[in-house]
Design a protein around this ligand. Structure first.
Ligand code: PLP
Length: 234
């Protein structure tokens, strides 16, 4: 049943890509499994799904310890506290989507250097400049990526991420996604060291069609695949 939902979302992702004149293969669907049990992840895994998103370090750790499938591609999409960086880097994480300050980048840098490896990240922007949202001010995006490039030799910046403002009409969100694309292109053109602006992680259950129309390469979908989240049990 979860897999049926996944297929229906994947199909809509493909349609949105084609409509935008893009190759559906260029849009990765990340199944956001936060708060959902491992059994649901396993159902999708059995059908070949590998990319999952989690937003809490502890929950990610618990799921990884319990999951026998070592080839799951875990995406960390939540707000990352600096005191959780060490723990996160001890886990299997393919991409950290939510780096939103130089201080956080430097903390990751320090731990990555200690481990003698590179870490792939996205820079999260608060594209709607909303008080309730995480992410760096988009006006500072260029300087932030420049500083990360200069000061964090173990970080590989792969692109940008955002959670767009919630709107009653998906079309109204498009200008925010367009701004993301513009910033991605602007920063990409600078040719900074270890900065390869390939990815745009944007689009969730309510707005992934619009995000794909504006160039999203990764959409993070939870509710439309797994159903509504129940936080009362936590
Ligand atoms: C929870 C979450 C999602 C998925 O949201 P849905 O609306 O359930 O699809 C995507 N991105 C981030 C950063 C999230 O925290």
């Amino acid at each position: 049943m979860i897999y049926d939902n996944y297929c229906s979302v994947r199909d809509q992702v493909d349609q949105a890509a084609l409509k935008a004149g893009r190759d559906p293969k260029d849009v990765k669907l990340i199944a956001v499994s936060k708060t959902k049990p491992l059994s649901m992840i396993e159902e999708l895994y059995q059908h070949g799904v590998r990319a999952f998103g989690e937003n809490h370090v502890q929950e990610l750790e618990e799921k990884q310890l319990a999951a026998p499938q070592k080839d799951i591609e875990w995406h960390f999409i939540g707000h990352l506290q600096r005191n959780k960086v060490k723990k996160l880097l001890s886990l299997n994480v393919s991409l950290i989507h939510s780096v939103d300050s130089l201080a956080l980048a430097k903390t990751i840098e320090k731990e990555a250097a200690k481990q003698g490896r590179s870490v792939s990240i996205l820079v999260e922007l608060n594209i709607g400049k909303e008080e309730s949202k995480m992410g760096a001010d988009p006006d500072t995006a260029v300087d932030l990526v420049k500083a990360i490039s200069q000061e964090c030799p173990h970080l590989l910046v792969k692109g940008l991420m955002c959670v767009a403002p919630a709107m009653d009409d998906e079309e109204k969100v498009r200008p925010y996604f367009a701004k993301m694309r513009q910033l991605k292109e602007e920063i990409g053109a600078l040719g900074l060291d270890r900065v390869d602006m390939k990815e745009l992680s944007m689009g969730m259950s309510g707005d992934y069609h619009a995000a794909i129309a504006e160039g999203a390469t990764m959409v993070r979908v939870g509710t439309a695949i797994f159903g509504a989240r129940d936080y009362s049990k936590k």
